[in-house]
Write a protein that binds this ligand. Structure first.
Ligand code: HPA
Ligand code: ZN
Length: 324
């Protein structure tokens, strides 16, 4: 099974590129940029990655990305992950990135975009790895700020496949971002949102009704509402479920008790992704292997999940055909 999963061409729809920053690269970039880290060693950093909830993780996630300063840093971050993922048999990645988390630190959008887009181009030209771009907005910050960032990003609209909504979900309902998502729709941008990770099933319905999203990131808490499950089943809206992330952030207590089998049994369009691989114990292959071990899935389940992901990936029809 492990060899099959390594060989299987895998597609990842939910990956925060800043969450792919391995401690080794964090130390290298800190040195290059003359930044002092709160850890003495890589081992110490890794030992700190023990979380009791989403907020506990986000605190370290925002702290970690502080080493990213230059275009080269963003390029190195992304190409490092792309190379690793390709080595694990990943063939397509839809990548979230968080402009506000960098703008707040005085890093211009141009720096972020130039580095990430250069890495994407290189991956597509020489790694046989296609990459979709999701400009994500931080739901624990004001909608007015998000709207300004989206307008200022006008030169880059043509390079992004969708906007997303991430960061602290509790008490930051989708409805708060109605104006942002309305504007994105006017511009012609596809919309996705994290919902039903730590937040209630109602937030999934809100993201569908008010934000008009085409994809729900996580969505595991849909099982708390039969009505929401039925909507997701009927519309075949894709869920980007992140098994190791859910265990790390205590959304589920143990992978063996993960709701994934129930989601599949209900006929929902499920995919699996790594979310923040540097923080949650591994990339897309590690997530596949962990599910095989904990849930006892056979090859057909993994083929189905990856077929779902290929159908929903932000890529050209030609590339989609190649991946099928
Ligand atoms: N959830 C919400 N926001 C995030 C995450 C996540 O798992 N990772 C990075 N930003
Ligand atoms: Zn996420």
């Amino acid at each position: 099974m492990h060899e099959f999963l390594l060989q299987l061409p895998k597609v990842e729809l939910h990956l925060h590129i800043e969450g792919s920053l391995e401690p080794e690269l964090m130390f290298e970039l800190a040195k290059r940029n003359g930044i002092e880290l709160p850890y003495a060693t890589v081992k110490e950093a890794k030992a700190a990655y023990e979380f009791s909830d989403l907020q506990g993780f986000l605190n370290l996630y925002y702290q970690g990305m502080n080493v990213l300063r230059t275009e080269q840093d963003f390029y190195d971050l992304a190409i490092d992950y792309f190379q690793r993922a390709r080595g694990e048999g990943v063939v397509h990645i839809d990548m979230h990135f968080d402009p506000q988390a960098h703008l707040q630190r005085g890093i211009p959008l141009e720096v972020v975009m130039a580095g990430l887009l250069r890495a994407k181009e290189e991956a597509e030209a020489s790694l046989d790895l296609s990459v979709g771009m999701i400009m994500a907005f931080l739901r624990d910050r004001p909608v007015e700020e998000a709207l300004r960032v989206l307008e200022n990003a006008a030169p880059y609209w043509k390079f992004i496949d969708a906007i997303g909504l991430d960061s602290a979900e509790r008490d930051n309902p989708p409805a708060k971002f109605q104006a942002l998502f309305k504007r994105a729709k006017e511009i012609g941008l596809v919309r996705v949102a994290h919902a039903g990770e730590e937040g209630p099933a109602d937030y999934i319905a809100e993201a569908l009704d008010i934000l008009d999203v085409q994809r729900i990131d996580h969505g595991v808490r849909c099982l708390e509402s039969d009505i929401v499950v039925e909507r997701l089943r009927e519309s075949q809206i894709v869920l980007t479920v992140c098994p190791l992330s859910n265990v790390s952030l205590k959304v589920v207590d143990d992978l063996r008790n993960h709701p994934l089998p129930q989601l599949l049994k209900k006929g929902l369009k499920v995919t699996i992704s790594s979310d923040d691989p540097a923080y949650f114990g591994g990339g897309l292959l590690a997530n596949h292997l962990a599910c095989a071990d904990a849930l006892g899935w056979d090859a057909d389940v993994f083929r189905l999940l990856n077929r779902n992901a290929i159908e929903e990936a932000f890529t050209s029809d030609q590339r989609r055909k190649e991946l099928m």
